[in-house]
Design a protein. Structure first.
Lengths: 879, 109
């Protein structure tokens, strides 16, 4: 076997000289001739007889050549060379095909690589498929992801379904010491944190269990990014001291760059201390993550957690008495991270699939038309002895070449698209590590390319080979409209193109409609000319009293800057920072009969003026309301309506804890879209920033400065930074954004698919128009003779025009009808992406259909017009 | 010339290998030898002989050398390789089996 292979390989590499074979065959002939002479023939007759006996020398030679190993490859190469020459001779055709296909394949590949990186690629944690996020849910309010309190965590941790359960929280710290102060995203985790995720550090170690105890917890694990950027990838970093929030902590390890949990931008990890005796039930700040035991299923875990929750409720009956409807929610990590990007991506994938189909249809059309043109060439080749298989192979190779070239172009296109689009923010996907064109994506592109090439290239190839030699040469290119079969094929392609385009138009229309609604939402505040920036005062240097003084001084300084109209601080800017919420009691109601929860907004008196929020009743808060102690709060319309429906809320009192003082409601403001344009407003309590929290658990040190200016707000950023430096040179500021930018970013999840779908729909429409134009122009060209005859017989030009425009109308009706049916069945998958637009919005569909009809008729008009300008005499004579 | 018997598929290879077992030969010689030995029953057409020779050479069962023929002309002589000898044995036993099998069927039915 091996020897045979080697021999074949040798002959494959080194060819025999063709002369060899000639000599050999000549020798045979000569021997034969001599034998004949010996038998008594004349030399001439002998040679003739020998030749007859031998048969076709050429054929024998061919057959000997065909024995050579790799002969098939030779023939294929020959086909490729021929194909390249042929494509080179038809540059416009080649260019049209490659451009169309490159668009289709490029877009498909781009979308697929996003799908791949978000939905398909495994998360960079060992065992990531078994990692689950654990939340509390509260069905009466439709709340699905409530963080947990420490006592709840301590109970949940004992679950038998999970190998381990870790608690963690996320926040910011300030790193000082060498260089500028740096604000870092920090995560605090319990001892199980790293082992649940299973990732090993690349340097040093993670926390030991001992470091989870008070007094030993001044250790820090660095992210790869921070280690690189701040510490110059120092291999000796482990063991050195850094200053985190003013405390000196020991660096114990560095995580690999792939480890970005719980958020993409986390810089450091520190131990989270939880006392086993904790009874802090009201502070729901813990995020939970656990790894399921291999034998446990998600349903089992869910059932078990529910029984644990019942146990917790029984343990603390007074706290949970009003919480009927509380439950446990388990969400696999991937689902948690991809969130609502999934339906968007799947819809985009579907859309791009349609676009690819349209592109392929167009190309198929071009190939079919080309095959018609080539009938004569192919008939000639057949006459010269080429087999049908040989012709099919030839055409197929040409088509595959076209598709491969387009695939390569498409990949390039995809690569640039991905480079240019801000995908991470547009899709709102956690752990989005960019979209490299990986092997899977390349394989996908190659498969798309080959499949479409075979599918859409084979039919034209088979058709091309099917031409009957005699018929073709006889008709010599005259094709009347009677070529019904080809015409039907082409019509079918055009109709399906139109149908696909309508599906895309409908999708894009729905998204645009949603976007328009979203942008038209009354935000409740005025985002024009407002700049915001966030800062966090380190706890070590800023006790609460100093925090209040600092922020007061900062606002006073900034207020004196030229062009500044209003200055305020808030713990949270709408649609941006994480919201804090709090539970509260209402005076005169039995404690624990209902759970009253509101977003807790900590603000300075000028907040409403800076944000442009309107007062409905009562008055605004002022500094006087906080001295000597806070006495008042403001609420929003939703809260007022919910707690005191139909009554005047002014003067009513609430408190944040049973041991805290009562606070009077002194004013009601209009609702604002705090959580995004498409999220219903929640109850909100406004509490003045002070050094006396009055039972409100919240972070008073991390605030956003809000500055309303007379003109372009970006221009004041430098001056504000200067004021800040005067007050505290060691304080970093971050998230410097105008309110407009924040609002705009909040609709990006609708704007992005709207934009992409519109581009796809536009391209689809263009391709369909080109397809319609091409087919009709071709039909006109093929029917010159018939048109000439009709005109000669007296048909008016208007009738000819009507004939061809009528064809367009027929296509538009058929394609539009089919597309409408397809769109109606498909748009329901978009439901979760839409905002205040029903999937079956008749207006959108009507618009789409009208647009399509106009485009189709426009595309038909030119060829139809050309048909009317045919000179009947010339047309009839030219045959 | 008596009509030539159609050769069973693959039999030509066997005949060529068997003929070459005795001594190296050129194509003309091989065709002649088979014709003579079979008493003109088997006539090998050049159209199938030479492709077969080339095929066998590509498979490494025979090798070709240019040498002088009996009448002092340069001719291409084929000879069996070691692999060819093994192949011949294998094909012979194959042939025997087939032969026996066919005979059994013919005598029985």
């Amino acid at each position: 076997m091996l020897r045979e292979f080697l021999t074949r390989l040798r002959f494959f590499v080194s060819r025999k000289r063709p002369v060899d074979l000639d000599d050999e065959l000549q020798f045979h002939l000569d021997q034969s001739t001599q034998a004949n002479i010996a038998a008594g023939m004349t030399p001439e007759e002998a040679r003739r007889q020998a030749g007859i006996a031998f048969g076709g020398v050429e054929r024998t030679r061919e057959q000997c050549h065909e024995q050579r190993p790799g002969q098939l490859l030779d023939a294929a190469l020959q086909d490729v060379r021929y194909a390249l020459r042929w494509l080179g001779r038809n540059p416009i055709f080649t260019l049209a095909v490659i451009t169309t296909l490159a668009l289709g394949i490029g877009a498909t590949t781009a979308v697929f690589s996003v799908v791949d990186s978000v939905l398909l690629r495994p998360l960079p944690y060992p065992n990531s498929e078994r990692i689950v996020r654990i939340w509390n849910t509260f069905s009466p309010r439709g709340m699905t992801e409530i963080p947990l309190s420490e006592p709840e965590f301590l109970e949940y941790r004992q679950s038998q379904s999970f190998a381990q359960v870790a608690g963690f929280s996320l926040g910011t710290v300030t790193l000082t010491g060498t260089g500028d102060p740096l604000r870092l995203v920090a995560s605090w985790g319990t001892s199980e944190f790293f082992s649940v995720l299973g990732t090993q550090p690349i340097l040093g170690r993670v926390f030991s269990s001992q470091e989870q105890q008070a007094g030993h917890n001044h250790v820090v694990v660095l992210s790869y990014k921070l280690w690189q950027n701040r510490f110059g990838s120092d291999p000796e970093i482990v063991g050195s001291l850094v200053h985190v929030n003013g405390d000196s902590s020991v660096v114990v390890g560095v995580m690999p760059s792939s480890f970005r949990f719980p958020s993409e931008d986390v810089d450091v990890w520190q131990p989270l201390l939880i006392s086993l005796a904790s009874s802090n039930l009201g502070n729901h700040y813990l995020n939970l993550v656990g790894d399921l035991k291999p034998e446990a299923t998600l349903d089992q875990a869910r059932a078990e957690m529910s029984t644990i929750l019942v146990r917790v409720e029984q343990k603390y009956p007074s706290y949970y008495s009003g919480a009927a409807g509380i439950g446990v929610g388990l969400v696999p990590l991937r689902e948690q991270m991809t969130g609502n990007a999934r339906p968007t991506l799947l819809v985009l994938m579907g859309a791009v699939g349609f676009m690819l189909l349209i592109a392929c249809t167009n190309v198929s059309n071009l190939l079919l038309a080309k095959a018609e043109d080539r009938k004569k060439e192919i008939a000639t080749r057949t006459a010269l002895g080429a087999s049908r298989w040989r012709i099919v192979r030839q055409v197929l190779i040409e088509n595959l070449l076209l598709f491969l070239a387009s695939g390569a172009m498409g990949l390039l296109l995809a690569f640039f698209c991905l480079k240019m689009l801000p995908l991470g923010e547009s899709l709102n996907v956690a752990q989005f590590g960019g979209v490299p064109l990986n092997l899977r994506v390349l394989a996908f592109a190659a498969i798309v390319c080959l499949l479409t090439g075979l599918l859409f290239g084979l039919v034209p190839a088979l058709k091309a080979s099917h031409s009957d030699f005699n018929d073709t040469l006889k008709t010599s290119g005259r094709n009347s409209m009677g070529n019904r079969h080809g015409a039907r094929n082409r019509s079918l392609l055009v109709v399906s193109e139109i149908a696909f385009s309508l599906v895309l138009l409908a999708g894009a229309g729905l998204m645009i409609g949603s976007l328009v609604h979203l942008l038209g939402v009354n935000l409740g505040f005025d985002p024009k000319n407002v700049i915001t920036m966030r800062m966090s005062l380190p706890e070590a240097r800023y006790p609460l009293s100093r925090t209040a003084t600092f922020y007061k001084a900062l606002q006073d300084q900034v207020r004196s800057l030229p062009g500044v109209e209003a200055v305020a601080i808030a713990n949270q800017v709408p649609m941006s920072d994480a919201t804090a919420n709090t539970s509260f009691e209402v005076e005169g109601r039995l404690a624990g009969t209902d759970i009253n929860v509101a977003d807790s907004q900590i603000i300075s008196p000028d907040y409403f003026r800076a944000m442009g929020i309107l007062l409905l009743r009562g008055r605004f808060l002022s500094e006087a309301d906080t001295t000597p102690a806070p006495t008042s709060v403001m609420v929003n319309q939703t809260l007022a309506h919910k707690i005191w429906p139909g009554k005047n809320p002014i003067g009513k009192r609430i408190r944040f804890r049973s041991d805290a003082p009562w606070l009077s409601v002194i004013g009601v403001v209009t609702d604002i879209k705090n959580h995004g344009s498409n999220v219903a407003t929640k109850p909100e309590v406004y509490f003045l920033h002070t050094d006396q929290p009055s039972g409100l658990w919240a972070d008073f040190r991390s605030m956003t400065l809000i500055v309303r200016t007379a003109a372009e707000p970006q221009q004041t950023v430098g001056a504000i930074r200067g004021e800040l430096k005067n007050l505290d040179p060691n304080l970093p500021i971050y998230k410097v954004l105008t309110l407009d930018q924040i609002v705009s970013a909040s609709v990006s999840q609708t704007r992005f698919p709207a934009l992409v779908l519109s581009v796809f729909a536009g391209l689809a429409l263009l391709l369909a128009a080109v397809g319609v134009y091409g087919v009709l122009a071709y039909t006109v060209e093929q029917s010159r003779h018939e048109i000439g005859v009709r005109m000669a017989l007296g048909a008016p030009r208007a009738q000819i025009l009507r004939l061809f425009l009528g064809q367009g109308v027929k296509w538009a009706m058929l394609g539009g009808g089919a597309g409408l049916l397809a769109a109606l069945t498909l748009v329901r998958f978009m439901r979760s992406m839409l905002f205040e637009v029903v999937p079956y919005d008749p207006k959108t569909f009507a618009c789409g259909a009208a647009m399509l009809t106009i485009v189709v008729l426009t595309a038909c008009y030119l060829p139809a017009l050309r048909a009317t300008r045919i000179d009947p005499m010339a047309a009839v004579r030219s045959e | 010339m008596p009509p030539s018997t159609d050769l069973l598929q693959g039999t030509l290879d066997l005949l060529i290998l068997k003929t070459l077992e005795l001594e190296p030969m050129h194509g003309w010689g091989i065709a002649n030898r088979i014709q003579q030995v079979s008493k003109d029953a088997l006539q090998i057409g050049q159209g199938s002989l030479y492709p077969a020779l080339h095929r066998l050479e590509y498979k490494g069962w025979i090798k070709a050398e240019w040498a002088s023929s009996e009448n002092n002309r340069r001719a291409k002589f084929y000879s069996l390789t070691r692999a060819g000898k093994k192949q011949l044995e294998a094909e012979l036993s194959n042939w025997d089996r087939l032969n026996t099998a066919i005979r059994l069927v013919l005598e029985q039915v």
